[in-house]
Design a protein around this ligand. Structure first.
Ligand SMILES: Cc1ncc(COP(=O)(O)O)c(C=O)c1O
Length: 372
């Protein structure tokens, strides 16, 4: 039986249109569309306050800050240890810098890079670790940082999923040398396309702001072969307005997450990731893992069944990055090296999760999980 409206995996956070029109009018009046305009400056300031970070640089998307982070840290050759259980942009950013990704397996409890497996992957060529806070679940930064310190490695956290996530009241975006965010429309907080880089000193921010503007320092000096990663005024205005409603959106997602958890607790063969009381989550995703034998249906069969009910989940993160054409021949991509990631990728299905889901929607989704 098809429900009338399709239930999609995500829905963008949209500003109030009247308020957006007022901001557009201001942009029109100023005739200043990009290059560190006033909306851009206001959003950077507002985000440092909201996120609890000191230095942030806005970008056109969440991929360019990853690429720029490696550039800013001067990493031009060598190996970067990373997780295969992420969106392709994580590994692509390593490749785009001429560096070699080295895949390390993940922890089954969090889905994040397993720190106990990092050291055996370190060689004399290793220059950095690029973990991902997958689904916004914080990595084990204490262990990762101590390994990095011991081996003199840089740490760049891909925090694309971790907008607003805090541990013990502190922003996890302050971890490592650099953290990056994505503000893509599918994320908890969005600027249509957009992203940001968080660093820890005014000098580093200055360097990054140069790098995202072709390497310009002043009008005529180019300090490095930078890129064009600048966020424009219209997206910054969109972001300013979305910041006012992101907490309400997170709270609506929290409610959905609680409903899902209560229902899935009663279903044999499905499980979800644990939550920890000292973490402030953003509820960006709701991944479930399907044990085919106990549930009586494979992940793919469930995915198709939900589609037949007009419910569109997504298999994030399947296939594993290490199985994709550009990376499958790297020695570390061998599935024997990545048993946990391989299993999770084959079992995962992200259920619809966004601030617009109604109680009826959630009920329909839960009923579709149980009416085998
Ligand atoms: C983990 C991760 N890293 C990086 C990105 C890239 O972000 P963007 O799509 O904004 O370029 C994404 C995007 O979805 C992501 O999920």
């Amino acid at each position: 039986m098809q429900s009338s409206e399709p239930i999609l995996v995500t829905s963008p956070l949209l500003p109030n249109m009247q308020e957006f029109n007022q901001y557009l009018q201001q942009i029109w009046d100023s005739r200043w569309l990009t290059n560190n305009g006033s909306m851009h400056q206001k959003l950077e300031h507002a985000l440092t306050k909201y996120l609890g970070v000191e230095y942030i640089s806005l970008f056109t998307n969440g991929t360019l800050p990853l690429i720029t982070a490696l550039q800013a840290l001067g990493l031009t050759k060598g190996e970067v240890i990373t997780t295969p259980y992420s969106f392709v942009a994580t590994t692509h950013s390593i490749w785009w810098n001429g560096l070699t990704p080295v895949f390390v397996d993940i922890d089954p409890v969090t889905g994040n890079l397993d720190p106990s497996k990092i050291e055996s992957a370190i060689t004399t060529n290793t220059v950095a670790i690029m973990p991902v806070h997958v689904y916004g679940q914080p990595c084990n930064n204490e262990q990762i940082d101590s390994i990095a310190k011991k081996h003199n490695l840089k740490v760049i956290y891909d925090a694309a999923h971790a907008f607003g996530v805090r541990k013990d009241g502190e922003s996890i975006l302050n971890w490592g040398d650099i953290s990056t965010l994505s503000f893509h429309a599918t994320k908890v907080y969005g600027t249509i396309e957009g992203g940001a880089l968080i660093c820890h000193s005014a000098e580093m921010k200055y360097q990054i702001d140069n790098l995202k503007n072709f390497g310009f320092r002043g009008e005529t000096t180019i300090v490095a072969p930078g890129i064009n990663g600048k966020m424009d005024e219209v997206r910054a205005a969109f972001g300013l307005l979305n910041l006012k409603q992101v907490d309400a959106a997170i709270e609506a997602r929290h409610k959905v997450s609680t409903q899902y958890r209560q229902a899935i607790d009663k279903i044999d063969g499905l499980h979800y990731l644990s939550e920890y009381p000292n973490i402030r989550y953003n509820y960006g995703y709701f991944p479930i893992f399907v044990d085919e034998e106990k549930y009586g249906m494979s992940r793919d069969a469930l995915y198709e069944k939900l589609k037949a009910h007009n419910i569109f989940g997504r298999r994030y993160f399947y296939p594993l990055i290490s199985t994709l054409n550009p990376y499958k021949d790297y020695p570390s991509a061998n599935s024997n090296n990545l048993p946990i990631a391989t299993k999770m990728a084959n079992q995962v299905l992200c259920l619809p999760m966004h601030h617009m889901l109604s109680n009826d929607d959630v009920e329909k989704i839960i009923n579709s999980l149980t009416d085998n």
